[in-house]
Ligand binder design. Structure first.
Ligand code: DX5
Ligand code: ZN
Length: 222
């Protein structure tokens, strides 16, 4: 069985020791490094910007998965690329011209991903699904780490897989929020390819081992 890909979220790391956190992720089984950018408008919190991402990119050996929780993220495609992102995740709810933003992400040389808030239905992806490399389903309302997992996300993954099948495409499915050893087996069984994990990883006594354990967890029986 292919292990599920793990994307540790630096939001739960000690921001005074980000280099140590990146080094841990470099040496771990993580598939990518998840960086949460928040603008205080789209979500009620503010995190890091381009200078921090650029500094982290210089020491990271895993691809950077940059999750833009900002209004009108299309304004920042060039800056996200120049900072060193591999994947740029934009919220459907934050883009008036989503198709244009997705295309500009690809033209800039990054892999486009689109993100849905918990209340946003998968049917809104119908016209964009064949243009993206990944879909991120939020399993908490974005803005903060350490929140409770929204269980309806498991069925939402199944609905997304059905939409992908009818379009004949297979972008990766990523899930973000409240991922831990209790919630991951159902997510993997439903078809998640990438699990973002913040507090589960960085609050663990041994974060490297926590990543390995999550990557090899047994899916629930369907
Ligand atoms: C929340 C962020 C998440 C956050 C997840 O808005 O997008 O990436 O770090 O944190 P946990 O894993 O603690 O729910
Ligand atoms: Zn995130």
């Amino acid at each position: 069985m292919t292990p599920v890909k793990i994307a540790p979220s630096l939001l739960a790391a000690d921001f005074a020791r980000l280099a140590e956190a990146v080094d841990m992720v470099n040496r771990s089984e993580a598939a990518m490094l998840h960086i949460d950018v928040m603008d205080g408008v789209f979500v009620p919190n503010i995190t890091v910007g381009f200078p921090v991402i650029a500094s982290l990119a210089r020491i990271a050996t895993k691809p950077l998965d940059v999750h833009m929780m900002v209004t009108d993220p299309g304004r920042f495609v060039g800056q996200v690329r120049d900072a060193g992102a591999d994947i740029m995740n934009v919220h459907v709810e934050a883009c008036t011209h989503l198709h244009r933003v997705v295309q500009s992400i690809r033209t800039a040389g990054m892999r486009p991903a689109v993100t849905l808030n918990p209340a946003t239905p998968v049917c809104l992806l119908e016209e964009i699904i064949s243009e993206v490399d990944m879909v991120l389903l939020m399993s908490v309302n974005p803005g903060f780490g350490g929140q409770k997992f929204i269980t309806s996300t498991v069925d939402k993954i199944r609905r997304l897989r059905a939409l992908m099948a009818s379009a004949g495409v297979s972008p990766m499915i990523e899930v973000d929020g409240g991922v831990n050893l209790a919630t991951a087996p159902d997510l993997i069984a439903a078809g998640a390819d990438v699990l973002v994990a913040g507090s589960y990883v960085f609050n663990a006594p041994d974060p490297t081992q926590a990543i390995t354990t999550l990557a090899h967890i047994t899916p629930s029986r369907q």
